[in-house]
Design a protein around this ligand. Structure first.
Ligand SMILES: Cc1cc2nc3c(=O)[nH]c(=O)nc-3n(C[C@H](O)[C@H](O)[C@H](O)COP(=O)(O)OP(=O)(O)OC[C@H]3O[C@@H](n4cnc5c(N)ncnc54)[C@H](O)[C@@H]3O)c2cc1C
Length: 638
């Protein structure tokens, strides 16, 4: 599509504004707690400055211990702070590990070689510096079903409550029914809506919460406001019309509900609120016993018999170096790299380590139990001007609004609405949420960018998103997610070279449950589009016309639906489970309930790999809570 002079002017203005934003963010976020050369010894070494590592390091440094954080990537680029444009980090040579799976037998039909691309953050802030900022807390049943002592729903709720920024003068939440929720924008629309009983008693809408009243080490949230977002309003109205409840995200319940999304965005400046910002940055300013070494990649653990006493790493010039830990090494390198470091250090199953002649230090099922959420994104065309698209985004007013007020499209992640879906059992009680619907407000999708970062075949993409060439297209992407997949895969080292990626096989859709669960979720989404709320906006779902799925598209054709899921399901970017926590006598457990690696001294794992099962939603805030609790467990021992 050729740009008109007006659009050309917009692009020019957009570029100028971007440079201004860059300069401003650089000023706003600058700090100087980074080191070039570490000391020889620290009390704790935290491997990886991602979502979990930043929290852990900040808390440990607060105890006056000497802490080293070692991170393979560098500092994040300025644009990673701007919520809407952060996804362009995906596929970056500098900031993304760019993992890819082995060819999938039962899934990924629309992808070249049936291989899924897995972006994972490689920078300070980790994947939390490139994610879509959705905040969810899972549901109580998630934690109780783990059956790991100390990680029950009540403990997780308390930890999440303590972490979340609440209201002025009320930092410690009262019991659910009487306390205000963590609203940051008032929203009368939601108050007058029929909502669950818990929220009816809440004073949330009358409280005026200011971001600057939040303590720094808190999860700050911004709730998308349905009074300003007609598309979100339609989503909530449609949910209600289909018999679902509409409530606030701040609800601790296994019952499904439709909600305005809460996103981890700093509301005053409108920038990403990752754990780099919330935890590590303030801790670096406050504690000179906290050192952060970047562009240094840990390759192995250093042992003294069965005790880990330090790490080996490659510095930025490729030189091998070592640092000692007096107390513990804490692996927070994310599911893939934590697994690789453990296996290369001799912690893993013999069938993986022996072929590479790696001496076994602990025979544990490291790398098994790999799981991920899968999403099926479908495009819904609209004939009303209620959505975001490229042309609207390039309007200089958007940039001005962002720069001056921290508001507008750039200050959002595009994720506006979330719905968790439950089924009613025979006994009348509802099940744990099985599916999630996500409203992603974006009418135009750039084919070149999307196909290259997700490895999608061009032809499949055009059958999937046929209007993607139109930069002023109105519409949105309706994302369906199966929340508790049963397929399990693995991560395994296949080379002694730490710079070579391990084999990643999520075994997507190996289990038939996952296919049916995805189909059921999509069907619930399709029902919404037939309501008056969406009809009024001219909503029209585009069923992808993949040739392998036959000629009769639609949710009443089971064959088509199964084929659609097996062709169009993509990673939701939540790999987890490869160093699962568990009870002492659970043979599948790699770490004990205090996250210590079993049979090894001086070593814990604190990141997404310890999740026994994924929670009912994106896991970032859950991982923050786990890292907070892990720090308490570690410090209790001192
Ligand atoms: C594109 C994307 C979108 C997402 N969207 C959401 C969302 O909207 N909401 C949500 O809740 N979750 C989301 N997630 C998931 C969430 O961000 C992750 O689950 C979470 O960040 C994982 O945290 P972690 O601590 O396990 O690992 P990470 O945050 O990935 O941190 C690992 C860190 O370790 C470093 N590292 C790795 N190897 C080494 C080594 N050898 N030496 C030194 N350092 C090393 C890495 O560079 C990285 O900085 C998304 C993830 C992605 C990738």
């Amino acid at each position: 599509m050729k740009l008109s002079w007006k659009q050309g002017l917009s692009v020019w203005a957009a570029t100028s504004c971007s440079l201004l934003i860059a300069a401003w963010l650089n000023y706003y976020l600058s700090d100087n707690g980074f080191i070039k050369e570490p000391n020889q010894t620290y009390d704790y070494i935290v491997v990886g400055a991602g979502t979990s590592g930043c929290v852990l390091a900040a808390k440990l440094a607060g105890s006056n211990s000497k802490v080293l954080v070692i991170e393979a990537g560098g500092e994040p680029p300025w644009y990673s702070w701007v919520p809407l444009i952060a996804p362009i980090l995906q596929g970056s040579q500098h900031y993304d590990w760019r993992f890819r799976t082995v060819p999938q037998k039962f899934a990924a039909g629309a992808l070249h070689g049936n291989q899924a691309f897995w972006p994972q953050g490689k920078m300070v802030g980790g994947s939390g510096q490139m994610n879509f900022l959705i905040h969810t807390t899972g549901s109580p049943g998630d934690y109780d079903s783990w059956k790991v002592p100390g990680w029950d729903s009540q403990t997780m709720k308390n930890t999440l409550d303590d972490l979340t920024c609440w209201t002025k003068g009320n930092p410690k939440p009262k019991p659910f029914a009487s306390r205000p929720s963590f609203l940051l924008d008032d929203e009368p629309e939601m108050c007058s809506a029929p909502v669950l009983t818990e929220i009816e008693n809440s004073t949330s809408c009358s409280e005026n919460v200011q971001h600057n009243q939040c303590p720094s080490a808190a999860i700050k949230l911004q709730r998308v406001n349905a009074t300003e977002k007609p598309l979100l309003k339609a989503f909530l109205d449609a949910g209600r019309a289909c018999g679902h409840s509409v409530s606030d995200m701040d609800r601790w319940s296994d019952t499904g509900s439709f909600m305005a999304s809460h996103n981890t965005i700093e509301g005053l400046a409108g920038h990403r609120w990752s754990t780099y910002q919330s935890h590590l940055m303030p801790a670096m300013k406050r504690h000179n016993n906290l050192h952060v070494l970047t562009k240094s990649s840990v390759t192995k653990l250093v042992w003294k018999r069965k005790k880990v006493i330090g790490i080996q790493y490659l510095d930025n010039d490729g030189r091998i170096k070592h640092v000692k830990a007096n107390r513990e090494v804490l692996l927070s390198a994310g599911t893939i790299k934590t697994t690789q470091i453990l296996q290369l250090s001799g912690v893993g199953p013999p069938h993986v380590l022996e072929p590479l002649d790696i001496p076994i230090k602990a025979d544990l099922p490291v790398g098994e139990n790999l799981q991920d959420h899968l999403q099926v994104p479908l495009f819904v065309e609209l004939n009303s001007s209620v959505s975001m698209n490229v042309i609207k985004m390039l309007n200089p007013r958007q940039f001005w609004n962002y720069l001056v007020h921290g508001k507008g499209a750039l200050a959002t992640s595009g994720i506006e609405g979330i719905a968790t879906l439950t089924k009613t059992r025979e006994n009348g009680k509802s099940s744990k949420p099985y599916g999630m619907l996500i409203l992603f407000n974006m009418g135009s999708i750039n084919a070149d960018v999307y196909t290259s970062v997700a490895n999608i075949k061009k032809e499949a993409f055009h059958r999937w998103f046929p209007k993607s060439n139109n930069l002023s297209q109105e519409g949105f992407v309706l994302i369906s997610v199966c929340l508790h997949p049963r397929s399990r895969g693995h991560v395994r080292v296949v080379s002694n070279d730490p710079t070579q990626p391990p084999e990643i096989d999520p075994a997507y859709l190996n289990h038939d449950y996952d296919v049916q669960c995805s189909i059921d979720t999509i069907k619930q989404g399709v029902e919404l589009l037939n309501t008056e709320a969406f009809r009024a906006l001219g909503a029209k779902l585009h069923w992808p016309t993949f040739p392998e799925c036959g000629g009769k598209q639609g949710s009443d054709n089971q064959r088509y639906m199964e084929c659609l899921v097996r062709t169009a399901a993509l990673t939701m970017y939540h790999p987890a489970g490869t160093a699962t926590m568990g009870h002492e006598d659970n043979p599948d457990a790699v770490v004990d309930p205090e996250l210590r690696v079993r049979g090894v001294k001086g070593l814990r794992v604190v990141d997404a790999s310890v999740l026994p099962r994924l929670p009912s939603g994106p896991p970032n805030s859950v991982l923050i809570a786990i890292a907070e609790r892990a720090a308490d467990l570690i410090l209790k021992k001192d």
